[in-house]
Design a protein around this ligand. Structure first.
Ligand SMILES: [Zn+2]
Length: 411
């Protein structure tokens, strides 16, 4: 078993130990990854929702050459041994000095101790139990056994947590038996037997935990609930503590600043400005639809007038460079819906190139099968009914030729 130095001092960042065992984890070409088991360690191994510490191990080779390796992962085995993943082999039996990345450890302590506080506040105010905890790279979450939490309740829980932080209550560690823990009444009694480590936030929360914690609630620095969402087992609460809360607030404020500079307006005027702009955009869209409808009417009348009327149907063939697919569809409907004896073979050269074949209801040519056959041959896709069909081809240069071929086929 490895002695866990962080059990009694979460602020121990520099320690000495001996190497009990070294194992090769994997080998890729000439590059190996090694795991080093120490007799004692201040490195926290991933467990209980809290990720591992990183840092360095330094020692000397048998010939006295200084060796230093980065600790890239820390994990525990079933027998209580703690293993440190490194990319260089270290000599078994050697004395090492371990150096913990203090910034990452402090961040983890702030998030993790904040979680104890948050879970206790949910029990006190809403009688909601925490069923799981995850400490992520940017945000942390707890899942609580409530189907939904109102905004007001979230604010009350956040407020209480921050009051306890502001009171800077001592956080102490003690060891009890399972029976004692059950008697005292801890928030969540663990399954396992034997000695139990209790984390006591004075007069607020008592819980069994093997993680690294702040010494006082004040060291959590502050707690910000970001949002709540529904999950299978209840509600997932996203939160950040300490310096992460400051970074999150800073990021949010910068985004707000960028958005309000675009208008420009004060950040507090953004919601009103955005809804006004959305209303304006809807009005413009409606006006544009009306204008396009009128334009299609006029264009249809012009095309029917300009196309010579001989015996047989009027076949109108045109490729539009500056009109999109919705417009040529609209125009094809205008040309064929209320006029008899018209076939419209229209193309749009905009990206992606599109075409529409349509005919008046008094004619019998099958637009759907004709269009499908021609666009498939041109490497495109499309289809439709007997009187109206639409599709697209990859190359706009072939539109005119394809429409002329369609004209020959229906003529
Ligand atoms: Zn804990």
């Amino acid at each position: 078993m490895t002695e866990r130095l962080y059990y009694n001092d979460s602020f121990l960042y520099d320690f000495r130990a001996s190497i009990l065992d070294v194992q090769e984890l994997k080998r890729e070409g000439t590059q190996s990854t090694w795991a080093v088991k120490l007799d004692r360690t201040a490195f926290y191994p991933t467990s209980g929702g809290q990720p591992f510490d990183i840092g360095r191990l330094t020692t000397q080779s048998k010939s006295g050459v200084p060796l230093e390796v980065a600790v890239e992962d820390v994990f525990e085995d079933d027998d209580g041994g703690v293993w440190h993943r490194v990319s260089k082999v270290l000599p078994p039996g050697a004395e090492v000095r371990g150096l913990i990345d203090a910034e990452r450890r402090r961040d983890h302590m702030q998030q993790h101790t904040g979680q104890h506080l948050l879970s206790a506040a949910f029990v006190q105010l809403l009688n909601a139990k925490t069923v799981s905890f995850h400490l992520g790279e940017e945000i942390s979450t707890i899942d609580i056994d409530l189907p939904a939490v109102s905004r007001d309740d979230l604010m009350r829980v956040e407020r209480l947590s921050n009051e306890i932080i502001a009171e800077d209550r001592p956080i102490s560690i003690r060891y009890v038996t399972r029976e004692e823990a059950a008697q005292i009444g801890v928030r969540k009694l663990p399954e396992r037997t034997g000695q139990i480590r209790l984390i006591d936030i004075k007069d607020f929360d008592l819980n069994a935990c093997g993680g690294t914690h702040a010494r006082t609630s004040g060291q959590i620095g502050g707690l910000l609930i970001r949002r709540a969402e529904k999950v299978k087992q209840g509600a997932r609460i996203e939160f950040v503590c300490g310096l992460r809360a400051v970074s999150a607030a800073r990021r949010d404020f910068e985004i707000l600043g960028e958005a309000s500079a675009l208008y420009p307006c004060a950040p507090s005027d953004l919601p009103a400005n955005i809804s006004k702009q959305r209303e304006d955009a809807r009005a413009v869209q409606k006006r544009e639809a009306r204008v396009l409808e009128e334009l299609a009417d006029l264009k249809a009348a012009q095309l029917i007038h300009e196309t010579p009327s001989e015996r047989g149907p009027k076949i109108i063939v045109q490729v539009f460079q500056d009109r999109d697919a919705p417009f040529i569809k609209l125009l094809a409907q205008k040309l064929t819906k209320s006029t008899s004896g018209v076939i419209a073979l229209l193309g749009s050269a905009q990206s992606p190139p599109a075409l529409v074949f349509a005919r008046s209801s008094d004619l019998s040519a099958d637009m759907g099968s004709l269009l499908r056959e021609l666009v498939t041959a041109a490497g495109g896709r499309g289809g439709g009914g007997k009187d109206f069909a639409q599709g697209g081809i990859p190359d706009k240069e072939r539109l005119q030729q394809l429409l002329m071929e369609a004209k020959d086929r229906v003529a």
